[in-house]
Design a protein around this ligand. Structure first.
Ligand code: KIV
Ligand code: ZN
Length: 510
């Protein structure tokens, strides 16, 4: 059996469908390009029938990326498969990924189908997908809670119908590693035609076992692993790509498995996703969290100084964490700025560079040293996702112990500028209310946190917040040396996503 593991990245599908992680089409394309640089073998670009936005992302990613295979998700239904194919047909290596639940609990309560009907449906639509393209993946949703004999029967039948990849998802994150490994091994030993397809796994993290289960499956013969950057995904998320990749690399002597992942692109991919979605990576997240390589205890620091191998099983540099984070000061020029962004994996257009440079000089005037984290913040703020987004032109606040907090805000959208004022319970509340008056989106703020991006009294204050609008959560993130400005920008970042979604669904209904 080959030792090369296929990495199937579903950041843009399973990851993106989780609350707070939605991305615009342009953001998905930026992420897809980075995933290609990261070395993902297959990119699941979306679920084309789910919305116009998903269709458009899969279509554009199929046209613009030529390196990896592109997959589009479809239920076992003609309209889903046709829509997926329509979006995928220009890809260099298209893959239709169709799925049907196989557990009795899903069959009885969700699909209202007998096992026989499910088997027939799966075979019929795998065959149909195969008539459109060579590469067809079938997923047996909720496989780990399915009757084994029935699961084995459906796996055999879809391979006979032409499936090139058969995926065994632990959809609800229920399995434990030895049990899941055993399931994969038994499928390999009992399904007669199993070698005609690649056996894949897709694990959710409800019990914190997604990565452990994925590794157990690979040790027992699965050769495609489905995962996401930063482990994002439905509920507690999917198996984290960076963790699996670094386990295969760091423990190669034991697992003897290889991958095409470019490890040095891991940190950049993680940061890009966090910047695009406005969601922090938890500090203690393995591989990419800000504490992952920080040694605080004296004994540890002493050991690492004497020899890094005492407490480090891999180096930060190996996953692309820049060695020195201190970069620029107020005398740095446009060229240095552009070079630093490109070292961080962000290729800026001339126009973007102009905007970011102006903001950089303003910041460098206020702050002696500008760090990578500061630069990423500037980039996010100065390159709004869509030309239709609201841009903050100015904010002014009157506040104090004897004053009613009052804010005046000026926003620009599609070339038009509008100004409005409001009072509030505090200065941040007044700013948000003034923004609501202009946008007409009375969102409810559900979370607000303020942190220092870098060190020192002149550090930028970073605001991360969530708003709720029509039962959806949107996340906003921004930083500035002025925390009121950071709050206004973060709020606007979230509101822009709400506006985008609202306008997109209005177009879809037409
Ligand atoms: O979790 C799951 O079962 C899925 C399938 C669509 C593969 O996401
Ligand atoms: Zn899933």
């Amino acid at each position: 059996m080959k030792n090369r593991v296929v990495f199937f990245d579903t950041t843009l599908r399973d990851g993106e469908q989780a609350p707070g992680f939605s991305m615009t089409v342009d953001q998905k394309i930026a992420m897809a390009k980075q995933l290609e640089r990261l070395g993902a073998d297959v990119l699941e670009a979306g679920f084309p029938i789910a919305s116009e936005g998903d269709f458009e992302s899969v279509r554009r990613i199929s046209q613009e990326l030529r390196g990896c295979a592109i997959a589009g998700l479809a239920r076992t239904k003609k309209e889903d498969i046709d829509r997926a194919w329509e979006a995928l047909k220009h890809a260099k290596r298209p893959r239709i990924h169709t799925f049907l639940a196989t557990s009795d609990i899903h069959l009885k309560h969700k699909l209202k189908k007998s096992r026989e009907e499910a088997l027939e449906t799966a075979v019929q639509w795998v065959r149909y997908a195969k008539s459109l393209t060579e590469d067809v993946q079938f997923s047996a949703e909720d496989a780990t809670r399915s009757d084994f004999v029935f699961l084995a029967q459906i796996v055999e039948a879809v391979i006979d119908a032409g499936a090139t990849v058969v995926n065994i998802p632990d959809t609800v994150g229920y399995a434990v590693p030895d049990e899941f490994g055993q399931l994969i091994r038994t499928l390999r030993e009992t399904v007669p035609n199993i070698t005609k397809a690649v056996l894949a796994v897709h694990c959710h993290n409800d019990l914190g076992l997604a990565v452990a289960n994925s590794i157990a499956a690979l040790q027992n013969g699965a050769r495609q692993v489905e995962c996401t950057v930063n482990g994002i995904g439905e509920r507690a998320g999917n198996a984290s790509l960076e963790e699996i990749a670094m386990i295969l690399h760091t423990r190669h002597e034991r697992l003897k498995l290889t991958s095409g992942i470019a490890h040095a692109e891991i940190y950049r991919s993680s940061q890009l996703l966090s910047n695009l979605t406005g969601v922090y990576v938890q500090r203690n997240k393995a591989i990419v969290g800000s504490n992952a390589f920080a040694h605080e205890a004296g004994i540890h620091q002493d050991g690492v100084l004497k020899n890094p191998l005492t407490y480090e099983i891999m180096t930060p540099v190996s996953v692309g964490i820049p060695e020195s984070v201190l970069v620029l000061g107020k005398h740095s020029g446009r060229h240095a700025l552009s070079k630093r962004f490109s070292e961080m994996g962000c290729r800026l257009s001339r126009e973007e560079l102009d905007r970011v440079y102006t903001a950089f000089t303003r910041l460098a005037d206020k702050k002696k040293e500008v760090y990578d984290a500061d630069l990423m913040m500037l980039l996010q703020q100065e390159t709004p996702e869509t030309s239709a987004a609201y841009v903050l032109e100015g904010v002014q606040v009157l506040s104090g112990t004897q004053l009613i907090p009052t804010a005046t805000v000026r926003l620009r959208r599609s070339g038009e500028t509008e100004e409005n004022s409001s009072t509030g319970d505090g200065p941040v509340d007044a700013v948000c209310r003034a923004i609501d008056r202009i946008t007409g989106f009375p969102a409810r703020m559900t979370e607000y946190t303020l942190n220092a991006v870098t060190k020192g009294k002149d550090a930028m204050g970073e605001v991360l917040l969530q708003i709720e609008y029509r039962k959806r959560i949107y996340t906003g993130r921004a930083a500035s040396t002025d925390v009121i400005e950071a709050s206004a920008r973060a709020y606007l970042h979230a509101v822009n996503q709400a506006v985008f979604h609202h306008e997109r669904s209005a177009t879809e209904k037409r």
